[in-house]
Design a protein around this ligand. Structure first.
Ligand SMILES: C[S@@+](CC[C@H](N)C(=O)[O-])C[C@H]1O[C@@H](n2cnc3c(N)ncnc32)[C@H](O)[C@@H]1O
Length: 394
């Protein structure tokens, strides 16, 4: 095992060069595979590892990179150390639990086209539920995707195709190393993807996408994994489930859909405060949670829900409210000292206060970890001293 893998030929941070088709062929050759096996077995820091691989020439350099990528890939893919990667393809790849969840909507399809399949992060789970064909512009990625999935992969520009049947697309959003927020700058552009007249369409998009720009006939599903929002997917045609918005929480698979909840009441905090899961917030489904929990909002524009009972829910994290203070440094410091507060957990919505500078200014030296929520209550800045309620599930 290489302890500090060298970054070389594959364009890791600070190195733009993507893997070329010739380099992909070399990696996949007997010579490349042998070098990868040797590199994987090394247990050396980066420099001695590079030295040990020097006799293998370019295959050795590529193999060292590959082993480093494979190790990083395990964070997203349980079999990531068995797959072939480029640095950018790994960064762009959908984490496996999310890809598996998404692929399930295509189960039973007679054939799914994965248009922009990269090295196969989605193609692989799709191939477990239906026959698939992958297409990508980048020949090196196509070669690796074939190897990773065993599926047919065509090297082509999808904007020149007229796809039919069932289609999945995951446009590239990190052009020139920067996240592209404008769907017109994606490759392929979102507009082109949405113009495909197909039986079923799933498109992975940035979770912050402006819903107002989307056609009325798509469902938007926002997916979080372990509480972190990972992506949104647009569903149209046979794979749409009939709702306009859905929040999905993985790994549990709990789902919330827009069901026409009324505009929530706005009142000061009650005994409990719920911080909704990011997928619920991004899917604009906070009002559904308010209704389910018989709660209300502290401020009409902020996603904190309060209630008198902490009804078990998968859709957020409950805190018990110990006290609510008007926000002032002096007042907060005084009260937190009374709690013997030391390490401070800061939650915030609707305030510009920076947790790190707040901690510095408060200079707390006590022994207890205390949680404060900085937010607005009916337009006024407040600090709530809270304590987490142990996770409750229905
Ligand atoms: C975000 S990545 C897909 C990642 C993949 N879903 C995964 O999880 O591994 C987007 C891919 O689209 C490909 N691509 C971009 N524009 C394309 C086009 N016009 N035609 C075909 N492929 C394209 C890129 O080469 C890249 O591999």
């Amino acid at each position: 095992m290489v302890r500090h893998p060298a970054r070389g030929a594959q364009g890791g941070p600070g190195q733009a060069a993507p893997l070329t088709p010739d380099q992909a062929r070399l990696l996949l050759s007997d010579e490349g595979r042998a070098a990868v096996a040797v590199a994987a077995a090394l247990d050396l820091p980066a420099l001695p590892a590079a030295e040990a691989m020097r006799p293998y020439g370019e295959a050795g350099r590529l193999a060292l990179d590959q082993v480093g990528l494979r190790r990083r890939a395990l964070l997203k893919h349980p079999d990531g150390d068995q797959l072939w990667w480029t640095a950018e393809a790994l960064e762009q790849s959908t984490p496996r639990p999310v890809a598996v969840h998404r692929a399930a909507r295509f189960a039973g399809s007679s054939r799914v086209l994965d248009l922009g399949c990269s090295v196969g992060g989605d193609l692989l789970p799709l191939s477990a539920v239906a026959p698939v064909v992958g297409v990508d512009l980048d020949l090196a990625r196509c070669l690796l995707a074939r190897e990773n999935t065993g599926a047919p992969v065509v090297c082509a520009d999808v904007t020149r195709l007229t796809p039919t049947g069932d289609v999945f697309a995951d446009p590239a959003r990190r052009l020139s190393g920067r996240r592209g927020f404008d769907p017109r700058s994606w490759s392929p552009p979102l507009e082109a993807v949405l113009s495909w007249d197909v039986r079923a369409l799933g498109v992975k998009v940035a979770p912050g996408i402006d819903y107002a720009l989307l056609p009325a006939d798509v469902e938007v599903e926002v997916v979080s994994l372990g509480g972190d929002v990972k992506e949104a997917v647009l569903w149209r045609g046979a794979v749409r489930r009939g709702h306009r918005r859905t929040a999905t929480l993985l790994p549990s698979g709990d789902q919330l859909v827009a069901a026409g909840a009324p505009v929530p009441a706005v009142r000061p905090a009650g005994r409990f405060l719920l911080e909704p899961d990011g997928a619920v917030i991004r899917a604009h489904l906070v009002e559904e949670v308010v209704q389910q929990l018989d709660g209300w909002l502290l401020d009409a524009s902020i996603a904190y829900v309060s209630a008198d009972l902490a009804t078990p829910t998968p859709f957020g994290r409950w805190y018990e409210v110990l006290e609510v203070l008007p926000f002032s440094l002096k007042g907060l410091r005084q009260r937190l000292r009374a709690y013997d507060a030391g390490p401070l957990v800061v939650k915030k919505r609707g305030t510009a206060v920076e947790p790190e500078s707040l901690r510095k200014q408060l200079k707390l030296t006590g022994s207890r970890e205390v949680t404060v929520v900085l937010t607005r209550q009916a337009g006024r800045q407040v600090a709530l001293v809270v304590q987490p309620v142990p996770a409750l599930r229905p």
